[in-house]
Design a protein around this ligand. Structure first.
Ligand SMILES: Cc1cc2nc3c(=O)[nH]c(=O)nc-3n(C[C@H](O)[C@H](O)[C@H](O)COP(=O)(O)O)c2cc1C
Length: 355
């Protein structure tokens, strides 16, 4: 049966429920070392041209699982076996929290998109730290940290610091999330006067690479300010972008009835690419740029790499694309690298932007 047929059946079940079931199935399938080895042999990137060392960490492939799929790190063993080059787990917050009331995750099938207002449902940074101690993943693991909903804005820096202290020693890199649309006031923390103390607090707490994840709905001036701040504070990079508040151009009927939330997938792609281009023009090689938002095909992935992204991530593309998605994209990137005469992935990063 094709993945398209499987997807049609899965899409009959409410989105969050099927996420829970599929995630459980993935954990089951990857539960034994033998199964993981067999899957890895078939799905993981093997072409050395796909490897790169970015902020001191070696990545076997450039496509990672984006934050939000594995919020609590319960699938740490699965992602490498499914062919991802790395995974970003989280968002976790300093204190555990239930997130928003269900339903809070919706499909927009005509747009191949998702709309979510999960609101950082997670078991807390402490619980994730325990899990990271128990499971050594076979790919780099980044941890995305956010603000606990009940923490007031003036204590935001302390809240992020607590998470960084707990998970920092166990992560390959940390991502400071100030861009989810689903925690009231969170995106206001992107204003540089609010962001500076948060990033300083996290930086002072860990020696690991720290990145900041930004929204696609910022103005160009705000993007520039954050990029400059990230360079000034010696951050490792920027993850761009989170989901969008915009409903522009959506074709799925009834979207307005679904309520608030962030949209992911192809409707986000153009803006996400614009943000990447702006960042690369501003910071060049001084920061690592991780591009996420609407990556679905090899063409999308290649466009992001040549526009300046050292690494890529996807969430919605994986849902619509299925278990072979990561392999398909990374095989495609390897072909482009060989066909283009590049000797390494790093050589291709930003090559279109520099022309
Ligand atoms: C259901 C869902 C939950 C998400 N949760 C988080 C999260 O907890 N933290 C975060 O930084 N991003 C979260 N995201 C955003 C994704 O990491 C990503 O930035 C966004 O979906 C755009 O990528 P995509 O178009 O490949 O899905 C979530 C996205 C979805 C669809």
């Amino acid at each position: 049966m094709s993945y398209r047929a499987v997807r049609r059946v899965m899409f009959l079940v409410p989105a969050e429920r099927i996420h829970t079931w599929v995630f459980a199935a993935l954990r089951l399938v990857t539960a034994t070392a033998l199964a993981r080895r067999m899957l890895r042999r078939r799905l993981a990137p093997h072409d050395p041209i796909l490897t790169s060392t970015v902020f001191g960490v070696r990545f076997p492939g450039p496509l990672g699982l984006a934050a939000g799929f594995d919020k609590d790190g319960t699938g740490l063993n699965a992602w490498g076996a499914l062919g991802f080059g790395f995974a970003e787990v989280g968002t976790v917050t300093a204190a555990p929290q239930p997130g928003n009331p269900v339903p809070r995750l919706f499909r927009l099938p005509a747009d191949r998109a998702l709309l979510n207002r999960m609101g950082f449902n997670n078991q807390g940074a402490g619980e994730l730290a325990t899990r990271l101690t128990q499971h050594a993943a076979d790919i780099p693991i980044g941890v995305n940290i956010g603000k606990t909903k009940v923490a007031p804005p003036e204590l935001a820096a302390d809240d992020y610091r607590t998470s960084a202290r707990l998970v920092g020693p166990l992560a390959d890199f940390l991502v400071v999330n100030v861009s989810s649309p689903n925690t009231p006031g969170l995106r206001d923390l992107q204003a540089v006067e609010s962001l500076r103390p948060i990033l300083e607090a996290v930086r002072s707490e860990t020696s690991k690479p720290v990145l900041v994840k930004i929204a696609p709905d910022l103005t160009d001036a705000e993007i520039d300010e954050i990029a400059d701040l990230a360079v000034e504070l010696g951050l490792a990079g920027i993850v761009a972008t989170n989901t969008t508040m915009s409903r522009e151009g959506l074709e799925t009927p009834g979207v307005d009835m679904l309520g608030e939330g962030g949209v992911s997938g192809p409707p986000l792609a153009e803006r996400s690419l614009d943000v990447l281009r702006r960042l690369y023009a501003r910071v060049g090689d001084r920061l690592v740029l991780i591009s996420v938002g609407g990556i679905e095909t090899t063409d999308d992935a290649w466009q992001r790499i040549t526009a300046g992204a050292s690494l890529l991530q996807g969430y919605t593309g994986f849902i619509y694309g299925g278990g072979l998605w990561a392999k398909r994209i990374q095989d495609g990137i390897a072909n482009r690298l060989h066909d283009g005469g590049f000797r390494s992935l790093a050589e291709a990063v930003g090559s279109a932007a520099r022309r």
